[in-house]
Write a protein that binds this ligand. Structure first.
Ligand code: GLA
Length: 386
């Protein structure tokens, strides 16, 4: 009985899958005739001039996978400018906030759209820390604190870019000893890979010749409605975290990590972001302490937009995630894509990271990189529909 049932199941599964296979083949064959078809024959990376900063050329790289998903990157800030995915009705849309040209990315007040932030993503209190008995003073750019690497962080420099194979781009940057006040020459690399499973994988590595804090992340603003909803308040978020790093009025950790249970910070079960946000002064802009099984790549967050059916899963090797609900967006940015008004909560960031201000909190996971060691972090944003 059991065995018969098993074979019946296999037969039914094959029957269900075969029309899908046929349909995908057709889509691939018709690709030349219909550039909007859901499948393309082969993954590729192309590059084109995006603009100029002085004499320096800014390059845009376009990675397309076999399913037709597209990721575009520029070497200014090693920035993700576009993530184009299908919704549940097979319509394409851009699921990250962005600008229509380089002028947008260069404008004062660009809130780190899609860029890599560093040398230390997030805040260091009073822009100061002491390491091996020496006190270092950093460039301060945020209420007397150092945020995202200082005045000219990794988001505002030109990286070297090169395609790797048919589905990846590697960016490298040498951050010189003393840059923004940080010690040591830091050699950084960030590789973006778009897999045929619709995963955008970001692999970071860094080495130094003097001990220095390092905390790298990506600052993409997601809105899975792809322009249909002006805010992310209807998106459903799950964060695999039982506590968060409490902060003071300038968003510096107090050192306490209170439990989320029974508070608006509780995302252990997916809920609409708008449900409790009014109870959080200023909106969500906090580091959640991830519940992890080990040091590997683990699922730590999911994001779902019911209208489009778009679903995103986030995997990381990091101990924390900054969930920022786009609280400082105010509709005033220029050169926005399709002239969209990026109002408060137009997009959200899930910045996988070590905890803010770790160099001043010895009980937080270590962020000091020493000569001879290699810093690594890997984060994957995986897209699907349901
Ligand atoms: C991070 C910070 C926020 C804000 C944004 C950029 O997410 O935590 O407070 O500074 O970057 O606007």
């Amino acid at each position: 009985m059991e065995k018969n049932h098993f074979f019946t199941q296999i037969f039914l599964t094959l029957m269900a899958v075969s029309p899908m296979i046929a349909c995908n083949e057709n889509a691939a064959e018709n690709n030349d005739a219909n550039p909007d078809s859901a499948s393309v024959a082969k993954a590729s990376v192309t590059q084109a001039e995006y603009g100029k900063i002085g004499d320096a050329i800014v390059t845009q790289y376009t990675i397309t996978n076999e399913k037709g998903m597209i990721v575009k990157l520029i070497n200014y800030g090693a920035t993700v400018t576009d993530i184009i995915t299908l919704d549940k009705n097979q319509s394409r849309g851009n699921v990250v906030l962005g600008f229509d040209s380089l002028a947008g990315y260069l404008q004062p007040g660009n809130p780190y759209f899609g860029s890599i932030v560093g040398r230390y993503g997030n805040r260091i209190a009073n822009g100061r820390f002491t390491l091996d008995g020496q006190t270092y003073t950093l460039a301060r750019n945020n209420n007397g604190q150092s945020l995202h690497g200082g005045i000219k962080g990794f988001d505002k420099v030109l990286w070297n870019g090169e395609p790797v194979g048919d589905n990846a781009v590697k960016f490298t940057y040498l951050s010189k000893d003393g840059e923004e006040g940080y010690p040591g020459n830091l050699n950084v690399s960030v590789t973006y890979t778009l897999t045929n499973d619709n995963e955008l994988k970001i692999e970071y590595s860094a080495t130094t010749d003097k001990a220095t804090p390092v905390n790298l992340t990506n600052h993409a603003y997601f809105n899975l409605s792809a322009g249909a909803d002006s805010t992310i308040l209807g998106h459903e978020l799950m964060l695999k975290a039982d506590s968060f790093t409490e902060v003071n009025n300038v968003l510096i950790p107090t050192g306490k990590n209170p439990p989320v249970a029974g508070t608006p910070m509780d995302f252990t079960t997916a809920k609409p972001i708008g449900r409790d946000i009014a109870q959080v002064p200023g909106g969500y802009d906090h580091n959640w302490v991830l519940r992890r099984d080990g040091n590997g790549l683990e699922l730590i967050a999911t994001l779902y937009h019911p209208g489009s059916g778009r679903y995103m899963e986030v995997f990381t090797t990091e101990p924390g995630v900054q969930f920022y609900s786009g609280n400082f967006l105010d509709g005033r940015l220029k050169h926005t894509r399709d002239g969209q008004k990026y109002v408060k909560h137009a997009g959200l960031c899930l910045e996988t990271q070590h905890f803010p201000d770790s160099p001043n909190h010895p009980h937080f996971p270590n962020t000091i990189l020493r000569p001879g060691e290699t810093y690594t972090q890997t984060t994957v944003y995986k897209f699907s529909t349901k």
